[in-house]
Design a binder for this molecule. Sequence first.
Ligand code: MN3
Length: 245
Amino acid sequence: MKQTNTSRRSFIKTSGKAGVALGLSATILPSLAKAFAPNQPQIIPFTQQPLPYAYNALDAAIDARTMEIHYTKHAAAYAKNLAEACVAEHINTQSTSLENLMQNISKYSPKMRNNGGGHFNHEFFWRSMSAASTGNPSGKLANAIIKDFGSVEAFKTKFTDAGKNRFGSGWAWLIKNNDGKLIVGSTPNQDNPLMDVCELKGTPLLGLDVWEHAYYLRYQNKRPDYINAWWKVVNWNEVEKRFEV
Ligand code: MN3
């Protein structure tokens, strides 16, 4: 009897952890029905969502420990601090979209900019990756990349350079501007191309976190090695949905 209880407890503990890591929370999934609708890019809510995969799922590029610390500490802190800033600065998170907040970020505090950006960027980043990457873009996105960069390889080189050359902490991006043209660039800190304060402006299609916390355990100072490996886990299906909206 005692042994049964112990086994049950350890089963609950183990499956609970797996549930969080795999994003299987039954209470959260229904409210995300729209976000996970097929053929639509996922909408980023104001609160941290379960990771769409296990911590070790992206081991081809990112180790499980880095994923766990990144998700449960760094990204969780941005979400928590964003919630505080929203209360302090009277943002109604039910009637405002995170995207709209980004577009008007100059009206708010540095805390809102840093943590609103941090939260948006990380939720966007998790969904930009998959263990089942197709390796390369396809369809209309691939055609647009070839049109605007010459080739998929030329695009990857340009994006890799944007990440490598971002001094200090920040992000590399592929965006679509107002004219529908694809552009590669980078932003400092937790800024993103939706922000009215950002020099690089447009709809983000793909974002890469190049803060040291994203890669240091496995790659130490070798940011280019991290970026080169990261191409193996890009979720091109999601990027294509973002492009086709
Ligand atoms: Mn990060």
